[in-house]
Design a protein around this ligand. Structure first.
Ligand SMILES: [Zn+2]
Length: 204
């Protein structure tokens, strides 16, 4: 049994409670983090609190690709050195970060903002599909790469988006060597780079 948070003095209990709400943080980690923070200088704690508030206030979504961005158009979309005519479609901003870490991909992205999941009441209309179709229907787009995790929802989304875009351009999907349900962000960089390199035509 974990100790109840009532055994902590009230402000400490509140801090632990807040930390415990973060993903991957259980009661023990929350306690460890809270006690660690209390030992930090006032300055360091201020800097952390300020960084949280600044990130929350300043980070929004790129108006082109819907990746997290502090600017109206993100750094990837506005980089002149990147290939403007290849678009990699992902579920989430975490996937953009994972793919960027491979340093293999030099095209653009499009973040859907989720996966089609009828069980959770998420249909195609809840995803950033309209702007994607608009982008892909522009002249010059030579390839759309679907880089979506191989779960049931991922498969549904891949097929749906693929059929939607195939009238406009070549559509490929990355070749996962990942187990079913494996997340892009948990794949190591080499695996992900290989998956990207080994992409194949959708439906082939
Ligand atoms: Zn962007």
């Amino acid at each position: 049994m974990e100790p109840k948070t009532t055994i902590y003095t009230r402000p400490l209990a509140r801090l632990i409670e807040q930390l415990q709400r973060l993903p991957g943080i259980g009661p023990k980690s929350a306690q460890r983090l809270a006690l660690h923070l209390l030992k930090q200088s006032e300055e360091d704690v201020q800097a952390l609190a300020q960084a949280l508030i600044d990130a929350k206030h300043q980070v929004g979504y790129c108006s082109v690709c819907f990746h997290l961005s502090a600017e109206p158009v993100c750094e990837i979309c506005s980089a002149p050195s990147r290939d403007q005519y290849t678009i990699c479609v992902v579920a989430d901003s975490r996937d953009v970060i994972a793919l960027e870490k491979t340093r293999e991909y030099r095209g653009q992205y499009h973040v859907l903002g989720g996966l089609i999941s009828p069980m959770d009441g998420i249909g195609p209309e809840q995803l950033a599909l309209k702007p994607l179709v608009q982008r892909v229907s522009q002249p010059g787009v030579k390839e759309v790469i679907l880089a979506i995790s191989p779960s049931v929802e991922g498969e549904t989304t891949t097929l749906y988006v693929g059929h939607l875009l195939q009238p406009f351009t070549r559509v490929t999907r990355i070749a996962f060597g990942l187990p079913m349900g494996g997340d892009l962000e948990y794949a190591d960089e080499v695996t992900l780079a290989r998956a990207l390199e080994g992409r194949r035509e959708l439906g082939a």
